[in-house]
Design a protein around this ligand. Structure first.
Ligand SMILES: NC(=O)c1ccc[n+]([C@@H]2O[C@H](COP(=O)([O-])OP(=O)(O)OC[C@H]3O[C@@H](n4cnc5c(N)ncnc54)[C@H](OP(=O)(O)O)[C@@H]3O)[C@@H](O)[C@H]2O)c1
Length: 307
């Protein structure tokens, strides 16, 4: 099978297509022929070596890629050959990736793709919608509560706006330049332009909610002074470990780390099929062009997906 290998930490030219034997069938694991594998910021960070300290000893070549959609290759448990599935790997534990033609997956990391949603669209749900879902669960806000979401033009933030709106929260969100209409259409009641700093955004939010918002979800990783936008006793969640603010005024600060959970992945795929959440796809590229996808990924609105 074809697989994209990362030869060493570095630039995009470290990504090379290679041939390898397919993973062997193992009891209790689902073999999946991958149809679509999105490129995510974490893949770029791993490739560049930005997470080398966290990863410690690694043996190259590495495989990248956290999420996927594809078809089950052989019956296993409740999964049947030919069934369409999508899921997410706990990559930091597996250190094997989805930029490959065939992968071996634990059944708790994937769920069936419902009718009405194609493979490319489904592939862009598990990692980032699950992160948004688990952040909102951690914040445990009641309907009517105010939530400020950063990075709402991006995947995690965009899903958070949609899921929070569907849950009856009053959402304020930060859009990228000239992307305000897109973020408003996701359900945000107030849309802020891209701020110069976390402090500037906190000030803008306090003009709308003088007592502070009930919570902030910060996938843009602004951190720091943005906690000033939260009311005393509120919540602050971020999926960006380097941008966890210091807790103050009894605000609960949570560093969200996505955890594959088949039931939630299934619910989110259903939500995508029903149109409650809409994955943002910038385009597709062949698996062999992973290096080109990495070169373009930082500049797109929406995910590039390897097919
Ligand atoms: N901990 C976990 O389990 C977990 C899981 C999934 C994702 N993540 C992390 O979550 C983050 C978001 O992921 P994603 O897939 O949503 O990324 P994405 O699609 O690239 O979106 C990131 C968004 O943040 C915005 N942003 C970045 N820097 C900003 C700044 N200084 N001010 C305002 N906006 C800024 C970007 O706006 P522009 O386009 O204008 O730059 C973009 O809209 C990444 O760091 C990712 O690694 C963590």
């Amino acid at each position: 099978m074809k697989v994209v290998e990362l030869g060493s930490y570095g630039a995009t030219d470290q990504l090379q297509i290679a041939e390898r034997p397919e993973p062997a069938a193992t009891p209790g694991r689902v073999l999946v022929r991958v149809a679509a594998a999105p490129v995510n910021p974490v893949d770029l960070a791993i490739r560049a070596g930005a997470l080398a300290g966290l990863l410690g000893d690694v043996s190259f070549p590495l495989e990248l890629g956290w999420e996927f959609a594809g078809r089950v290759l052989a019956d296993e448990g409740s999964f049947t050959a030919g069934q369409r599935v999508a899921g997410v790997l706990p990559w930091f534990a597996t250190r094997s990736g989805t930029y490959a033609e065939v992968i071996s997956v634990d059944p708790s990391w994937l769920a069936p793709i419902p009718d009405g949603i194609d493979d490319v669209t489904a592939s862009a749900v598990p990692l980032n919608a699950l992160t948004a879902r688990q952040a909102l669960d951690a914040l445990a806000l009641s309907p009517g509560a105010t939530l400020l979401v950063t990075g709402a033009s991006g995947a995690v933030g965009g899903y958070a706006v949609q899921l929070a709106t569907a849950a009856g929260l009053h959402v304020m969100a930060v859009a990228s330049t000239d992307d305000e209409a897109y973020v408003a259409a996701l359900g945000a009641k107030e849309v802020f332009g891209r701020p110069e700093s976390a402090a500037e955004l906190a000030r803008a939010a306090l003009e709308v909610a003088p007592d502070g918002v009930d919570a902030v979800f910060d996938p843009a990783g602004l951190g720091g002074a943005l906690i000033g936008a939260v009311r005393a006793g509120g919540g602050f969640a971020t999926p960006v470990a380097r941008a966890v603010p210091t807790a103050e005024r009894d605000i609960r600060v949570v560093n969200v780390r996505v955890s594959p959970e088949a039931g939630q992945i299934g619910e989110l795929l259903q939500a995508a099929a029903a149109g409650t959440i809409s994955p943002r796809i910038a385009g597709t590229l062949p698996l062999a062009e992973a290096a080109i996808a990495h070169a373009r990924a930082g500049a797109t609105r929406g995910k590039l997906v390897l097919i």
